[in-house]
Write a protein that binds this ligand. Structure first.
Ligand code: E4P
Length: 216
């Protein structure tokens, strides 16, 4: 499973990219706004930090506007993936842009039928939002299972990019469900390494090594 980091904080991205565990980055207008920096500058800087796909979202809602913004975004760097909302205009724009060879991430997916439409529109990635479904007392993971089955039934090559990941358990369940990619905030990705028995075991090993005077 590929790991994307969901942030527009370039310091966090640089830290995680240095681990070699990150395959790409996703941003959205809320994350860009939080960075407090100009949109194009942030995206260009992120694209230089990782060779993987970097999702940059349009803010237009009509087809012509989305195409215009998408072409502008795609010019920033060769690894920009244009992020489009799951609307009819968004799907129409997805078809046009992927037909021209631009990578597209169709975002704000909350149903299996929406994911089916995105695959038919040639989306490179579909982003089902797990946490936001959990927030309204649905099981976000059911959606990942449904999309996996539909895409496998028809051999769609659109990648399932599980988004709105809030916990380490979400990551594990997405991996078990066969999501191709997951995107999560830096803190969630960093927390995956934690286990109290690892800490306790290391403490004991180091204490024994010190007692015995072991030097490597
Ligand atoms: C993904 O592309 C989105 O930016 C993100 O995962 C949304 O997460 P949230 O629901 O926690 O805001």
């Amino acid at each position: 499973m590929k790991f994307f980091v969901d942030t527009a904080d370039t310091k966090d991205i640089a830290d995680l990219a240095a681990t070699g565990l990150i395959d790409g980055v996703t941003t959205n207008p809320s994350l860009i706004a939080k960075s407090g920096r100009p949109f194009a500058d942030v995206i260009a800087e992120i694209c230089a930090l990782t060779p993987g796909p970097v999702s940059a979202e349009v803010v237009a809602t009509d087809y012509d506007g989305m195409i215009k913004e998408a072409r502008k975004l795609a010019k920033i760097a060769s690894n920009v993936t244009v992020k489009l909302p799951l609307t009819l205009d968004g799907l129409k724009a997805c078809k046009t842009l992927t037909g021209e060879g631009t990578q597209v991430n169709v975002t704000l997916c909350f149903s299996a039928n929406q994911a089916l439409l995105a695959a038919k529109a040639g989306a490179t990635f579909i982003s089902p939002f797990i946490g936001r479904l959990d927030d309204i007392h649905l099981d976000g993971m059911d959606l990942i299972h449904e999309i996996r089955q539909i895409y496998d039934n028809y051999l769609f090559d659109t990648e399932i990019l599980a988004a709105s990941i809030r916990t380490p358990n979400h990551v594990k369940l997405c991996a078990l469900a066969g999501a191709d990619v997951m995107t999560a905030p830096p803190a969630v990705i960093k927390s995956l390494v934690n286990h109290p028995l690892t800490d306790k075991g290391l403490e004991i090993f180091l204490a024994d090594a010190k007692k015995a005077g072991i030097k490597v």
